[in-house]
Design a binder for this molecule. Sequence first.
Ligand SMILES: Nc1ncnc2c1ncn2[C@@H]1O[C@H](COP(=O)(O)OP(=O)(O)OP(=O)(O)O)[C@@H](O)[C@H]1O
Ligand SMILES: [Mg+2]
Length: 364
Amino acid sequence: MIRFDQATKRYPDGTVAVDTLELEAPSGKITVLVGPSGCGKTTSLRMINRMIEPTSGTIWLDDTDTASMPAHELRRQIGYVIQHAGLFPHRTIVDNIATVPFLLGTDKKKARARAMELLERVGLDPAFAKRYPAQLSGGQQQRVGVARALAADPPVMLMDEPFSAVDPVVRDQLQDEFLRLQGELGKTIVFVTHDIDEAIKLGDQVAVLRVGGHLAQLAAPAELLSRPVDAFVAGFVGRDRGYRALGFSSAGTIPTRDEPTVAMGESLPTGGDEWLLAVDGSGAPQGWLHLTDEPHGAVVEDPMLYRGGTLATQGGTLRSALDACLSSPSGRGVVIDESGRLVGSTTAREVLALIEAQVEGAVT
Ligand SMILES: Nc1ncnc2c1ncn2[C@@H]1O[C@H](COP(=O)(O)OP(=O)(O)OP(=O)(O)O)[C@@H](O)[C@H]1O
Ligand SMILES: [Mg+2]
């Protein structure tokens, strides 16, 4: 646990970067500090490992006043990550194992050397180091996962915009990977970002700071979206927050109806609806076919597909259920099961009924 107790940082020129901050980052959880540029996020983070000393107040690490510990001892327990570019995409095995050391800011040569040690420790041939995960069996991949977990040492990690230098697609992958890793490791993490979407995705709790180093609100993501405390936080969490909040509600069982399909490589049937769903051999949806565009009896091939629609998973969120409907060229949202096979289709009207039922349930 990390606790800011009336922590203030006034720089020598009089700038108050952090003002009597009261905040607790619970053990094993991700606490995100978010706010506009200059609001004191980095200063707050660096006060934890004493790269910046508070002017007044105390920062506790569990039951210890951090000011009473030698800085090097403090820092041994705390990984500190600053912004990196292109950390994870398409990683080899060695780089997968080194994920956490990379995140912790260890230099790559050292991190890779340690990853090689760990590879051997879990009983894998060092020759696997340069392979990609897809080139290993499931069991070997599992051991790589164990090695990666072993590569983590400090119980606390401070991360200052670690994913901001990569493109949105890679960033999304990094975030997913990071959450998965945290699920395994359960570190105490303080994560800084200026991106509210990233904060909401990653945070167990989110602290919104305003310029001057004031804590405007500390809340779980869903609560932040539904109940911003004031106009500043409401403005900061931004538009579409009602829609984004649907990402925190399970759709339960989405009502579906059977959807006629055609398999890739088969010829188009005559008649039927204007839109027809194409599936692969295992029944996984591939895209929609617009029958009026195609000659009678044409063989279904990749270029004919409209792939714009997202897929909703049975048991997933209301957000993905609604998005599947809104993004589908046919207007019918495609619902799949956990293994990716088609369950059926639903409509925006039906998903809205689910949303309404939840709203009513919450109100009554
Ligand atoms: N060494 C310093 N001397 C004086 N003022 C400073 C110093 N370092 C930071 N500041 C000021 O303190 C305030 C908070 O800075 P900080 O770096 O903590 O903000 P931040 O929230 O991390 O911003 P960003 O999102 O731009 O990284 C800013 O007004 C900044 O100009
Ligand atoms: Mg900063």
